[in-house]
Design a protein around this ligand. Structure first.
Ligand code: DX5
Ligand code: ZN
Length: 245
């Protein structure tokens, strides 16, 4: 499997001091920052948008390599993912991870008033790659991995996602209970795609990392388990060691 990547979710940070919290998390050993964008439509919660990401970006060094340290992993829990690609790229997003479930009903109009074609996951991945950033695709608990086969096996690398995110909670809130029922999806993907970056998100921490690592996940999101810890650096190190073994 590819290298372990630990991506603390800043949903559990103090939004009034987001820059400082992000910098501290990086200093505590994080590889990426997982940035949860919620629009109140795709999920029943709202976080923040591109202007906040642009300000926070200045507090964390940009990655110097593909998948490198400091990658802003933007988890787009939004109803119109195509509409926001350029805005988030300009704000400093390095990896734009949209939800499969939202990718068919995409954008009629962009923020600058232009009209975009309706899209589908394949076209959206190509569009994200055309902006020069990485593309991820996320699945909610009800969605099976078979919907990804055509994308993952596409002969055209512009259409292949750089990462798959398997949600281990219903998206919308931090601090929920881990759903082990989602791990067979991770297992199946790992069996078929040894080099794929497979991210898990929701309820991960010292108590659940063993199961996720055994299933084959290598990109680990953790919000409350890192930001709520007495020793965040210790938790980040433990998550990494568990994935590595
Ligand atoms: C939930 C978000 C997660 C969330 C995870 O919809 O996608 O990234 O921050 O929080 P924890 O790790 O507390 O479950
Ligand atoms: Zn997330």
């Amino acid at each position: 499997a590819p290298n372990p990547i630990i991506a603390p979710s800043i949903l559990s940070a103090d939004f009034a001091q987001l820059g400082a919290d992000c910098k501290r998390t990086m200093d505590q050993g994080a590889d990426w920052l997982h940035v949860d964008i919620m629009d109140g439509h795709f999920v029943p919660n709202i976080t923040f948008g591109a202007p906040v990401v642009a300000k926070v970006r200045k507090h964390v060094d940009k990655p110097t390599a593909k998948y490198g340290r400091g990658t802003f992993d933007c988890h787009m829990m939004i109803a119109e993912p195509k509409k926001w690609v350029k805005e988030f790229k300009n704000a400093g997003c390095d990896l734009y991870c949209f939800h499969y479930e939202a990718a068919f009903s995409s954008a009629a109009e962009t923020p600058d008033g232009k009209t975009e074609e309706k899209t589908n996951p394949k076209e959206l991945i190509r569009y994200i790659h055309d902006q020069g950033i990485l593309a991820g695709i996320a699945l909610k608990p009800m969605t099976g991995v078979e919907v990804l086969t055509e994308l993952l096996e596409s002969p055209d690398e512009k259409e292949r996602p750089d990462m798959v995110l398997i949600m281990t909670v219903e998206p919308g809130f931090g601090g929920q209970k881990f759903m082990a029922s989602e791990l067979p999806k991770v297992q199946e993907l790992r069996k078929r795609y040894p080099e794929l970056n497979i991210e898990v998100d929701g309820g991960l921490g010292p108590g659940t990392i063993d199961q996720a690592a055994d299933a084959g996940a290598n990109v680990i999101v953790a919000g409350s388990a890192v930001f709520g810890a007495q020793d965040p650096a210790g938790v980040i190190a433990l998550l990494r060691e568990t994935v590595q073994r």
